[in-house]
Write a protein that binds this ligand. Structure first.
Ligand code: AOS
Ligand code: ZN
Ligand code: ZN
Ligand code: ZN
Length: 406
């Protein structure tokens, strides 16, 4: 059945002028980083449900991530969060990752969980608190060196709840000054990825509220600083694929935190709510990967595709696998867009033909393609089912309840 379905798929795509071998190559080399915190217990401000089998420490989180990689074949790196993943010996954590066939990905500092940070961290009016925050960021640069990570991934939760509470412009200055010190401490091969979010935990203003502010900051810091787009961090209606294209064109798109949102920063399974948005983001990326400007192409090659999701009610490992598969599906569909067809329609200013050239790829069934790719990579056809039936799924139950949580 699969063979026949795939043969038909291949024939149809060839007839449309799609290089199926190239599509397959690109899918096989497309990797997605999973977050250590996605394996632990997480919740809302109302309740954190404790699940059976949740990892009890950073080493076990890596083991769960390795299981996701074993079943999907495309998740070789894991983002860590400090101090959630604090260990005595980071070289040992690195070795543990390597033994599992993984590497440590982005290092995420935590500037939002200590009492001192109630009124801000790097934007706090108190220089002693700013010092503490910068020292933590510098510690994370060191941890990144020790673990072989090349990305420092920053989400600054600073903001205020009431008009007049603080001086916006002074805080803007402190933010730049603080990050500049961290930037100077980074080795040449390290990137600083700057995330933004328009509200929460602060509800009146957030110091790094949108991509424009992150972009401006990254420009001022230098070429090693880029913007990180978390798909859940925009007001409803924001055209995320547009800002993605804009940032790529400015060589300032550093990476993604993928997740789904319906209302705010919901952190749900990727592709669960608006798969068309994800597809359109990939359309922009794929289109830029064929740009004439080599710097734009290099920017695209270096994009860090990361998942940032927290699981309140769903089992952690299957939720992560689901997200990985959903990302692959939308990427595969976007690879079926015939860019020449789009360009010709754009040149002819044929609005409906252009829209059709993009949308029809979204409507195609990439199931047979993904099955064949998994087969060629020696992976299970259905990673969800494979996990449910795996020895690993039953083995982790022995961990009991009360694993790691934030
Ligand atoms: C928070 O909303 C951001 O998405 C950050 O990336 C954060 O560090 C991550 O979600 C872990 O809490
Ligand atoms: Zn309420
Ligand atoms: Zn994020
Ligand atoms: Zn978020």
């Amino acid at each position: 059945m699969t063979d026949r379905a795939y043969a038909l798929f291949e024939e149809q795509q060839r007839a449309r002028g799609i290089d199926v071998e190239l599509v397959k190559q690109r899918l096989k080399s497309f990797t997605i980083e999973t977050p250590s915190w996605g394996y632990g217990d997480s919740g809302t401000r109302f309740k954190t449900f404790q699940k059976v089998g949740v990892p009890r420490n950073p080493f076990e989180k890596l083991e769960d991530a390795a299981e996701v990689h074993r079943l999907t074949g495309v998740c070789p790196s894991v983002a860590i969060h400090i101090p959630w993943d604090k260990v005595d010996d980071y070289e040992q954590l690195k070795r543990h990752a390597e033994q599992l066939g993984l590497r440590i990905g982005a290092v995420n500092p935590n500037l939002f969980q200590e009492d001192e940070y109630m009124l801000g961290s790097v934007c706090n009016a108190d220089p002693a608190i700013r010092r503490k925050a910068v020292d933590h960021l510098l510690e994370c640069v060191t941890i990144a060196r020790q673990t072989g990570s090349r990305e420092l991934s920053l989400w600054i939760a600073d903001g205020t709840n009431y008009p007049g509470q603080a001086d916006f412009r002074k805080r803007k200055g402190w933010l730049l000054e603080s990050l500049a010190e961290v930037y100077r401490a980074m080795p040449a091969e390290m990137r600083m990825l700057i995330e933004y979010k328009f509200f929460e935990p602060a509800f009146y203003h957030t110091d790094l509220a949108d991509w424009g502010m992150a972009f401006n900051l990254a420009q001022k810091l230098g070429p090693q600083a880029q913007v990180l787009v978390d798909t859940g961090h925009h007001p409803p209606g924001t055209n995320v694929e547009h800002l993605v294209a804009y940032l790529i064109d400015e060589q300032k798109l550093g990476g993604f935190h993928f997740n789904s949102r319906k209302y705010a920063d919901d952190d749900l399974i990727v592709g669960a709510i608006n798969p068309y948005e994800l597809f359109l983001i990939f359309f922009q990326i794929i289109s830029a990967s064929a740009d004439q400007n080599p710097q734009v192409r290099t920017t695209v090659e270096k994009i860090a595709y990361m998942i940032d999701q927290s699981h309140n009610i769903e089992p952690k490992i299957p939720a992560m696998i689901r997200s990985v598969l959903n990302i692959q599906t939308q990427y595969a569909k976007a690879l079926l867009i015939n860019l020449e067809e789009v360009r010709a329609a754009q040149d002819a200013q044929d609005v409906l033909a252009a829209e059709d050239a993009v949308r029809k790829a979204f409507e195609m069934d990439v199931g047979p393609l993904l099955t064949v790719i998994r087969e060629e990579m020696g992976l299970p056809h259905d990673p969800m089912k494979a996990f449910a039936e795996s020895a690993y799924a039953s083995k982790i139950l022995a961990r009991g309840k009360g694993g790691a949580s934030w």
